[in-house]
Write a protein that binds this ligand. Structure first.
Ligand code: HEC
Ligand code: HEC
Ligand code: HEC
Ligand code: HEC
Length: 180
């Protein structure tokens, strides 16, 4: 009888625990990251991003330059075209239910590079990843490499400059945490 109860308990616990983090690719949206990554004492990553080109990626699609580029490429409405949104927004290829919290207007936000945040955004997990006791990859956080950028900064991107220099571009978007 005791064994039976134990088995039921184990089954219940695994049910409540839900899917493993690694399978959870739901986006939290940039507002969630902002709640902890805006203060200067953590490095003000939110503000740095907001001032940069990635935060403008969506709104630029309908700027004068965006509309001109769209016309040149034969795209009628850039703010609704997959041909533009695939690189000018976050998680464009993800299923709709995984990105309910992603506003297109946020452009290329944190999770476009760091990975969908649902599995890692909690403070306890963030601290553990930083301390090295949890491998970010097991909770959906990307190990960022040049490939991460090249998904969008392609050399053969029609109508774009195609002058991507990884080291130089990394410097332009730098948003480190202050040294402890
Ligand atoms: C509840 C607060 C909180 C939220 C929400 C949060 N973070 Fe963090 N994050 C932290 C803290 C605190 C640290 C640093 C921990 C430390 O220094 O011990 C951190 C560290 C990080 C790191 C560094 C990890 C490493 O490898 O050292 C990255 C990258 C990061 N956060 C990205 C994000 C992104 C992207 C989001 C939104 C999806 C997010 N964070 C949401 C609190 C948060
Ligand atoms: C394969 C990814 C990708 C696609 C698809 C894409 N873009 Fe871009 N776009 C980029 C990248 C990367 C940059 C930044 C280039 C740089 O400055 O090095 C950029 C920059 C821009 C800029 C601002 C800088 C400039 O060069 O004038 C505009 C405007 C723009 N894109 C419009 C569009 C439009 C309109 C579409 C759809 C017809 C589109 N893009 C499709 C990746 C893409
Ligand atoms: C265009 C890609 C990109 C975007 C967008 C982006 N990051 Fe990063 N982030 C990086 C890279 C590259 C690094 C440095 C290498 C690394 O830590 O993997 C980094 C590092 C960090 C770190 C760790 C810094 C350290 O000192 O260890 C934090 C925290 C962070 N990002 C948070 C954010 C938050 C919050 C946002 C959104 C407000 C964001 N990032 C948007 C690419 C990006
Ligand atoms: C989801 C697509 C995407 C990813 C991933 C991405 N970028 Fe971008 N990036 C863009 C777009 C789109 C623009 C142009 C935004 C605009 O000007 O409207 C841009 C612009 C930039 C700019 C400004 C270029 C300029 O001429 O001033 C820098 C720097 C940059 N990206 C660096 C990076 C780095 C470094 C990485 C990887 C760590 C990265 N990006 C990953 C889409 C992306």
């Amino acid at each position: 009888m005791k064994l039976m109860r134990l088995l039921i308990l184990v089954a219940l616990v695994s049910l409540l625990a839900g899917p493993a983090f690694a399978e959870d690719y739901t986006y939290t949206g940039v507002k969630k990251c902002k709640t902890c990554h805006k203060p200067a004492k953590i490095g003000g990553q939110y503000g740095i991003w907001l001032e940069g080109a990635h935060a403008r990626a969506f709104t630029d699609l309908t700027s004068e330059a965006g509309l001109a580029k769209a016309k040149e490429l034969g795209v009628e409405n850039p703010a609704e075209a997959d041909a533009c949104l695939s690189c000018h927004t976050t998680g464009h290829a993800a299923p709709a239910e995984a990105k309910v919290k992603v506003l297109p207007a946020s452009g290329v936000s944190c999770e476009a590079c760091h990975g969908a945040g649902k599995g890692y955004y909690k403070k306890k997990t963030m601290v553990a990843i930083t301390a090295g006791t949890v491998d970010g990859a097991t909770v959906g956080m990307n190990k960022i490499t040049e490939e991460t950028c090249l998904a969008c900064h392609k050399a053969d991107n029609p109508g774009h400059k195609g002058t991507f220099d990884y080291e130089e571009f990394l410097k332009k978007i730098a948003h480190p945490m202050p040294a402890k």
